[in-house]
Design a binder for this molecule. Structure first.
Ligand code: NAP
Length: 275
């Protein structure tokens, strides 16, 4: 069950965080890997771990936000392995400079986040589907709990992930007859090297309190589902979005935002009473 022996998987953003976890899980299931991202050092270090599992691995550094870069990644993958069986659209995020309330959101903050998480995720999926052609394959989009919940302070990120989930459904319909399956994984809060929000212990505690399974996610929690979506065992599964979030249905971002607003309103009332 779940063997990916002889298959080739491409993972964007495969050098660190959730992408690294997915790459290692796919390699452990027997796939050859192409990992991509902007930072050669992290890619090389993850490639060593992948090779240690006995998989063949190609490192292809690039910024995924252009058609040329996507075409280059496809060409390099086909050159090395002859076919692409699985493509994971994992590269994505909202950087610190793009975080803030919607009322202040600037056009360039919108563009940076929506372009990376929605526009280039779509064009990468399109290029992967064209490369898979007649033999078909599995495309896996990494969404987020933010794709189906309010996402205060990164509203444009939530909108982009909602778009990814909707496109996942349409791509699954349009490409099903080609033998291409398209699914999405929507993680909850997953601790990575880069998780800004994990730095404060109080934030971490509040987040854990909203998770029925009483812990935050680890990158190892996401890879097994990617293996399932890549494998023949999911050959009748397409267009689905699976939440991987410790059972949490509580929108922690909304709670934090409302706490913050309540505190500000209480402070304003206290000041008014004092004057
Ligand atoms: N961690 C969470 O709690 C969480 C929750 C829900 C969803 N997600 C989603 O899961 C995915 C991975 O997130 P993560 O938390 O692992 O993030 P991360 O640690 O910040 O990693 C992001 C990955 O994407 C790559 N990347 C970013 N911009 C890129 C670009 N322009 N071109 C090519 N690669 C790029 C990064 O590599 P380089 O910097 O080297 O380019 C890195 O490998 C994202 O789609 C994110 O939205 C994460």
């Amino acid at each position: 069950m779940f063997s990916l022996a002889g298959q080739t998987a491409v993972v964007t953003g495969g050098g660190r965080g959730i992408g690294r976890g997915i790459s290692l899980a796919l390699a452990e299931a027997g796939a050859n890997l192409v990992i991509s991202g902007r930072t050669a050092e992290t890619l090389e270090s993850t490639a060593k771990e992948i090779a240690g599992l006995g998989a063949d691995v190609l490192v292809h550094p690039c910024d995924i936000t252009s058609q040329d870069a996507i075409d280059g990644l496809v060409a390099a993958s086909l050159d090395r392995f002859g076919a692409i069986n699985c493509w994971v659209n994992n590269a994505g995020s909202a950087s610190a400079g793009d975080v803030g309330p919607l009322i202040d959101l600037a056009e360039n903050q919108w563009d940076r986040v929506v372009d990376l998480n929605l526009k280039w995720t779509f064009f990468a999926a399109q290029a992967a589907a064209r490369a898979m052609g007649e033999h078909g394959g599995s495309i896996i989009n990494i969404s987020s709990r933010s794709g189906s919940q309010p996402c205060p302070y990164t509203g444009q990120y939530g909108a982009a992930k909602a778009g990814v989930e909707n496109l996942t459904a349409t791509m699954a319909v349009e490409w099903g007859h080609l033998g291409i399956r398209v699914n999405a994984i929507a993680p909850g809060v997953v601790v990575t090297e880069n998780s800004q929000s994990m730095r404060r212990e109080s934030t971490r505690r509040r987040q854990i309190e909203t998770v029925p399974l009483r812990r935050l996610g680890e990158v190892e929690d996401i890879g097994p589902l990617a293996v399932y979506f890549a494998s023949d065992e999911s050959s009748w599964v397409s267009g689905s979005v699976v939440q991987v979030n410790g059972g949490s249905r509580i929108p922690v971002g909304t709670l934090s935002y409302l706490h913050h607003i309540n505190r500000k309103m209480e402070e304003a009332e206290t000041q008014e009473d004092a004057s």
